[in-house]
Ligand binder design. Structure first.
Ligand code: HEM
Length: 375
């Protein structure tokens, strides 16, 4: 009997044969096709691009950059004006400027345009690495002390940018800098989470309600290293990390469904490879593969990880396998594998909660915005 991965691989081979009728049925990040296929592929093997160390970009810029930024700000209707002081050119926020939902939708639209345009990145999309940035910016939250979380964007600073778990995220932060320049009124911490929402929605995931209100904080608010999960560990570690943020077992499993997206990189985490054959489309394939595929240890010099026995091209981390080994996690994996709609509903709710961790909102829950996808 063919394994799930072999079936996926066969579909991939079909796509490779460039049959237009077949290709038309595959879901891609640029063509939205809501028809549910049992298994989808838009997998492309790409050469790995290395990203070296994570030194944050120096802030500030030349006068011409600032004037350019002013042009963008004006174009975006951002309520900013320019003034000079001792020859210094500065941008200053208009305190009266109150961005509306339409202003935030413009930010969303710009990110969506950039995601579509800049398809030179691996697997054709920056979407997965942006989702990882939004998650790592939020997942430092500690409910006991109220520290960490998406309020602050402290990964802009060396101590946090250099945490091992954040290796490779400079590429996502840099991707978003032109957006910050175009809309200088938005905080980095609002921008990173809004970009996470945009990436999920533009990769055909569920609508994720979002609200603004995060303030950027200085370097003294950087969280200590070790708050994000260690992929080499087991169920007890997952619970310790995610319970600290205030999540329960169902939510831990739903969040892990993000690993339908993207891949591991030997020059970042040390692990290697994608979890699914469609790493730029939000699907429940991660759960299907966890349930249906046979997984064995990969024989290699790198850290311990699993590979599918069928094609040996997919991977699972020890923490991913913990979801099917643990009696309380497994029923949720089964449920999400069987029902993509239930997964999408829970995934949307849990992402919304993740991106709001640690934020002292002035707005109400009913003020959350639902962004329209790019046409
Ligand atoms: C459950 C605990 C988790 C562990 C141990 C874990 C671990 C990892 C590791 C080791 C990588 C590879 C990084 C690299 O080498 O580039 C990765 C990638 C990724 N993770 Fe997780 N993760 C977890 C949860 C999550 C959650 C909750 C989300 C989002 C909601 C998420 C989203 C992603 C995405 C989208 C990527 C792909 C990034 C890319 O393609 O560059 N992960 N994760």
């Amino acid at each position: 009997m063919a394994t799930a991965a072999k079936t996926l691989a066969r579909n991939f081979a079909l796509r490779g044969s460039a049959s237009t009728s077949t290709a038309a049925t595959f879901r891609t990040t640029t063509t939205r096709n809501t028809a549910r296929l049992p298994l989808r592929t838009n997998f492309r093997q790409h050469g790995r691009r290395g990203f070296a160390s994570e030194a944050p970009r120096a802030s500030g810029g030349s006068g011409s950059t600032i004037i350019l930024a002013l042009g963008f700000a004006a174009a975006a209707g951002g309520g900013y004006y320019i003034y000079t002081q001792n020859g210094d050119v500065k941008l200053k926020a208009d305190a009266d400027f109150k961005p509306t939902e339409a202003d935030y939708q413009k930010v969303y639209d710009h990110i969506a345009e950039l995601l579509a345009e800049r398809d030179e990145y691996e697997d054709g999309s920056y979407g997965p690495v942006i989702v990882r940035l939004a998650w790592h910016a939020s997942g430092t939250y500690d409910k006991e002390t109220g520290t960490g979380g998406s309020n602050g964007a402290t990964m802009r600073f060396d101590p946090e940018a250099d945490h091992g778990a954040n290796a490779g995220l400079k590429v996502a932060r840099d991707f978003l800098e032109p957006v910050k320049e175009k809309f200088p009124w938005i905080t980095h911490s609002d921008l990173w989470t809004l970009a996470g929402v945009a990436a999920i929605q533009e990769m055909q995931g569920p609508i994720v309600p979002w609200r603004p209100g995060r303030q950027d904080r200085d370097v003294s608010f950087c969280t200590p290293d070790g708050r994000l999960p260690d992929a080499s560990q087991a169920h007890d570690h997952l619970r310790a990390i995610f319970y600290r943020m205030g999540f329960d077992d169902r939510e831990i499993v739903a969040l892990s469904g993000a690993h339908a997206l993207g891949r591991c990189h030997t020059d970042r985490s040390g692990f290697d490879g994608p979890w699914t054959f469609s790493p730029t489309v939000v699907t429940n394939d991660y759960f299907q593969l966890l349930m249906k595929e046979s997984w064995g240890w990969r024989k290699w010099d790198g850290p311990k990880q699993f590979e599918d026995k069928g094609t040996k091209t997919l991977m699972m981390l020890p923490t991913d396998m913990a979801l099917v080994k643990d009696k309380k996690f497994k029923p949720w994996v089964e449920k999400y594998a069987k029902d993509n709609d239930v997964f999408f509903k829970d995934f949307s709710e849990v992402l919304m909660k993740l991106f709001e961790l640690g934020v002292p909102f002035e707005s109400k829950e009913e003020d959350r915005m639902k962004f329209k996808r790019k046409e």
